[in-house]
Design a protein around this ligand. Structure first.
Ligand code: AMP
Ligand code: MG
Length: 392
């Protein structure tokens, strides 16, 4: 058995990021950018009005509120207008500021009188309602770091720079193989001793949430030849995720089948609870993850071992789950020898264990929104501050 830390270190070291591809911004949501990007256009790009109103010289408008209107500046074109003291230019939101104007008086504070406008406030300062060029973003400023995820606002920022396409990490193509003679597809009839297959849909959802592409999903009986066939097909993809059959029972045939098809097994059995029988290997370009079949073990080992690797493959810089520092609702003791991922509910910054904690307890898992990693033999008092991993 090897430690959890060593396992993650080894598998991350074995998986380089794949080569990047260029995609249109519209296809780049949730992808990971492959290079640092810097601003080439300031934001705002030019001084412009934040309001519909009148562009003025603040000092002159304070002294004499009656100003002569000498032009109109709409948004979308620059009429290269200019004005002097005692004058105003009708202006609209987003329109370029006329030369000489240093403030905008909003329309609601004015009264039009033919060719004149009466400013009804004395509170006019230089810079009022003017959006200054470069105030938000200056040319040369870094706008995104290599490995950042492209979020909706980031995509908008790239578009505002006139960028049409962006270089991102390739999406990982994931194959999922569930195994087990006792398992029946939902919708079919159960016979005595059988249960419905439920890990497949969970893994597909977890893989989708990690921004990967599901390219194969199959259930396979605990039959050596069938398993060899399924694993041959699954290992044509970037990652093959196998559920069940990696433990030490007679019907746990995954390791033998992997050897038969020429895959290398780099590590097997990890000191972690749940998830001890976890396996990692490769065949050609494909990384292989064997996850124990108990639903909670499948879920936890996916999140702590598989997800980081998939994200790294796709060029992500941050591959860990989001974390939060919270208070413990009651005391907790760790496992004797293995780090234990305890499922709990995080509410109002307090973490409380929820549901049964055995590795088959799927209902308990559905009630959890956070995981607490408790070190071997660790004792945590009620009220102590802990860091938890956030599940959604
Ligand atoms: P295994 O890892 O194959 O020894 O399976 C461990 C336990 O998880 C057994 O009780 C299996 O019935 C259950 N199990 C394995 N695969 C699945 C699955 N795809 N869906 C639901 N339960 C499963
Ligand atoms: Mg099995």
């Amino acid at each position: 058995m090897i430690s959890e830390e060593e396992t993650l270190e080894k598998i991350l070291a074995a998986v380089p990021p794949s080569s990047p591809t260029e995609v249109l911004l519209g296809d780049a949501f949730d992808r990971f950018v492959a290079a640092d990007l810097f601003a080439t256009i300031p934001l705002p790009p030019f001084d412009n009005s934040a309001m519909d109103g009148y562009a003025v010289v603040a000092e002159s408008a304070r002294k004499d509120p009656r100003l002569k209107i000498v032009g109109e500046q709409p948004a979308g074109v620059s009429k290269s207008l200019s004005l002097l003291a005692g004058q105003a230019i009708r202006i609209f939101t987003g329109a370029p500021m006329p030369t000489g104007a240093d403030a905008v008086v909003m329309q609601e504070e004015t009264q039009r009188e033919g060719d004149f406008v009466l400013v009804r406030t004395k509170q006019i300062s230089e810079g009022d309602f003017v959006r200054q060029a470069g105030a938000d973003l200056a040319v040369g400023q870094q706008i995104i770091k290599r490995g950042d995820r492209l979020r909706p606002a980031t995509l908008a920022l790239l578009a505002s720079q006139g960028i049409r396409s962006v270089s991102v990490g390739k999406r990982a193509q994931v194959a999922i193989v569930t195994t087990g003679d006792e398992l029946v597809a939902p919708g079919k009839k159960l016979s005595a001793g059988q249960i419905f297959e439920s890990n497949g849909v969970m893994l597909a959802a977890l893989a989708a949430k990690a921004d990967t592409e599901l390219s194969m999903r199959r259930h396979c009986r605990d039959d050596f030849d069938a398993l060899c066939g399924a694993l041959r097909d699954a290992t044509q993809h970037d990652a093959a995720i196998i559920s069940g059959g990696v433990s030490v029972g007679e019907r746990d045939l995954v390791r033998e089948a992997l050897k038969e098809i020429g895959a290398e097994i780099d590590l097997w059995r990890v000191a972690v609870r749940p998830g001890k029988p976890f396996l990692f290997g490769k065949r050609d370009q494909c990384r292989i993850f064997g996850l124990p079949g108990n639903p909670v073990s499948t879920f936890v080992t996916f999140l702590i071992f598989v997800r980081p690797v998939l994200l790294q493959m796709m060029g992500a810089a941050d591959v860990g789950l989001p974390r939060a520092r919270v208070w413990l609702g009651h005391e907790i003791s760790g496992d004797e020898v293995r780090p234990h991922y305890i499922r709990g509910e995080l509410k109002d910054e307090q973490f409380e264990v929820v549901g049964r904690q055995e590795s088959h307890a799927l209902f308990g898992l559905t009630r959890a929104n956070a995981l607490l990693r408790v070190k071997p033999q660790e004792k945590l008092d009620a009220g102590s501050e802990v860091e938890v991993l956030l599940l959604d």
